[in-house]
Design a protein around this ligand. Structure first.
Ligand code: SF4
Ligand code: SF4
Length: 135
């Protein structure tokens, strides 16, 4: 029986991503892109003396170019919001360069086999942000 590679690919939990761009800046190969927009945060505390509405980032797209990725894991290590994980999901064989660029849905599809570095399971697509910050 073939053993699963726990670092076969990278999974993203989109709801946990705050579009902070830390992984984009720290990736040594520039293989991550993040697109996001701001919108009013209805869940934020409403203060009577607030001068402006609280805003939050909303993720529009997140891609990893596995044609450039060197599986260093820096993006996973630096994400402060528990949104990126190693996954043992095998990547399908690519027939073109473009197929190596995974979008947010493809990255989320690897969540069922994803684990945190401490071995605990990653949050799944229908779960809210874990709110967990790395120590
Ligand atoms: S594993 Fe390394 S090279 Fe690949 S996307 Fe993450 S930081 Fe970039
Ligand atoms: S570091 Fe984490 S929260 Fe920040 S943009 Fe990357 S995946 Fe999203």
């Amino acid at each position: 029986m073939t053993e699963l590679n726990p670092h076969a690919t990278i999974a993203l939990h989109p709801a946990s991503c705050t579009s902070c761009m830390l992984c984009v800046r720290e990736c040594p190969d520039w293989c991550i892109t993040v697109d996001a927009h701001s919108e009013p945060d209805e869940d934020a505390p409403q203060y009577s003396n607030a001068r402006r509405q609280s805003m939050k980032n909303v993720l529009d797209e997140f891609t990893i170019d596995f044609g450039k990725c060197m599986w260093c894991g820096i993006c996973i290590d630096v994400c402060p919001f528990d949104a990126l994980f190693w996954s043992s999901t095998q990547m399908p064989a690519a027939t073109s360069r473009e197929e190596l660029i995974f979008d947010v849905n493809q990255l989320a599809a690897s969540l069922p086999d994803a684990r945190r570095n401490d071995g605990s399971p990653a949050p799944q697509i229908d779960e809210p942000p874990s709110g967990r910050r790395k120590k």
